[in-house]
Design a binder for this molecule. Structure first.
Ligand SMILES: [Zn+2]
Length: 462
């Protein structure tokens, strides 16, 4: 058996690993590399292997850094792509959204390069390519083992990270030897609102695990709703609006559910709340289709035919005209909009219209990568550019780190410990080098055997 680390090695983006066993090649994920424009374009277009030679593809969850380059792969790959049912539904929405972003990006580049006489580029992939990839998805429920290649049986178990997220358990039989390889995908926090928590890893021999926050601690999740109430009440008292840039998947629904509870408990007063993102609106509907992924508290709503993501005053906005109309309102409201890092989408309009008013609050509830507008807000820069125009940041900027969808260093250690006794090798992926190294040191001090942080392109014989 051989492992080949081709993405999300010493970085958090472009997840892609290959397992070769019994002459078969199983690809774990085909994520989009999201970084500087030129490097991203090169890496996403040139896959580091021949797609025709892949025998099966397995996807842990729908986030674009894990799923986002499947349409490129499927241009030259006709085999199965295994996921959970919820991941398939989410990919249908999110990959289509990604295709439109690819087309817009290519347009932008072409308009700028034309001026310099450069050749036109094609989008990385199109909506047609997305539909081809989706036609190859084979969905299986959690805990339903399925043979996917010669001597390889796949089982998905809960990862507690986003709707449909799974750990990938591969039972491998090669030359009469049986081994269990577990790929963690992204691991969620043990206590969150919407999802069932991750399940302990059963008897793994080889663990490939994420290390996004391998050296960091999150604030306690239980305190988050209280902080949210404080922010809302403080801003309403000033007569301002609360602008929340949010990822369309999971974070938007989490915030809505917390606001619903705060309102019900009388901890905030009734006020208009807008979810202004067509993608977030569509994704919220997908939750109702997959009770097998949900925390019992949330599932109870659906059993009683109630909607956990609905309350008086909440409006889901899809039409552009309705989105623009929000700006005309002068009274306090909450506006939840995407993209989560303020790089594109309707959030930019809301920021532009509200950033110069000191009564307003910009509430950051998600990870903000370097060089994004969201990161500049987190770092309290006095002036930021929106659509190329500089604006002074007069609104209050509040950061709530505790909403992270990833386990922190304690969570990751607890996760790894759940299978420690059987492990012979641990590979740490999906982390910036300092975070992976910190987790490696922690695991070492806890007596784990043979921990390795692979480099991009590294191959390991097992
Ligand atoms: Zn993820």
């Amino acid at each position: 058996m051989r492992l080949w680390f081709m993405g999300a090695a010493r970085t958090v983006t472009g997840s892609m690993h290959l397992i070769e066993v019994n002459g078969s090649r199983v690809l774990l994920e085909c994520g989009l590399f999201q970084g500087p424009r030129k490097e991203s374009a090169e890496r996403n277009r040139a896959l580091p292997f021949a797609p025709e030679n892949i025998d099966a593809v397995v996807l842990s969850h729908a986030h674009i850094d894990h799923s986002g380059n499947l349409p490129t792969l499927a241009k030259r790959y006709d085999g199965n792509i295994y996921t959970t049912f919820a991941t398939r539904d989410l990919c249908s929405l999110m990959l289509m959204d990604s295709a439109h972003i690819q087309e817009k990006d290519a347009d932008w580049v072409n308009r700028h390069e034309e001026l310099e006489g450069e050749e036109r580029i094609e989008p990385l992939y199109t909506p047609e390519d997305v539909q081809k990839a989706l036609s190859q998805f084979v969905s299986i429920a959690y805990h339903r083992p399925l043979p996917i290649a010669d001597g390889v049986t796949l089982t998905f178990i809960d990862a507690g990270h986003v709707l449909g997220s799974a750990q990938v358990v591969l039972d491998v039989r090669e030359n009469g030897v049986e081994r269990r390889v577990v790929f963690s995908g992204d691991i969620g926090r043990r206590h969150t609102t919407l999802l069932r928590p991750w399940e302990p890893v059963p008897e793994a021999d080889i663990l490939i695990m994420e290390s996004t926050y391998g050296g960091r601690e999150h604030g306690p999740f239980a305190a988050m709703a209280g902080h949210l109430a404080d922010v809302v009440n403080r801003t309403v008292a000033r007569g301002g609006k609360i602008i929340i840039p949010s990822f369309a998947l999971e974070r938007a629904q989490e915030i809505v559910f917390h606001l619903r509870n705060l309102l019900k408990e009388g901890k905030i007063q009734p006020l208009p709340v807008y979810v202004d993102s067509p993608l977030a609106v569509n994704i919220t509907d997908v939750f109702s289709l997959h009770p097998d992924c949900l925390a019992p508290e949330i599932n109870q709503f659906y059993l009683k035919r109630e909607d956990p993501f609905s309350f008086p005053g909440l409006k889901y906005v899809t039409e552009v005209e309705d989105s623009k109309a929000i700006n005309d309102e002068k009274t306090p409201s909450v506006i939840i909009s995407a993209s989560g890092m303020c790089e594109a989408g309707r959030i930019l309009h809301h920021l532009r219209n509200n950033i110069e008013n000191e009564n307003n609050t910009i509430l950051i509830v998600g990870f903000q990568a370097q060089h994004t507008l969201g990161r500049r807000l987190v770092e309290h820069e006095p002036e930021v550019k929106i659509f190329g125009v500089p604006y002074p940041v007069m609104a209050e900027v509040v950061v709530l780190n505790g909403y992270s969808g990833h386990a922190d260093k304690h969570g990751l250690l607890g996760y790894a410990k759940s299978t420690k006794e059987s492990l012979s090798r641990v590979f740490l992926v999906h982390g910036d080098p300092d975070q992976s190294q910190k987790l490696a040191a922690t695991l070492q001090s806890e007596g784990f055997a043979r921990i390795h942080v692979p480099e991009l392109g590294e191959r390991v014989e097992l």
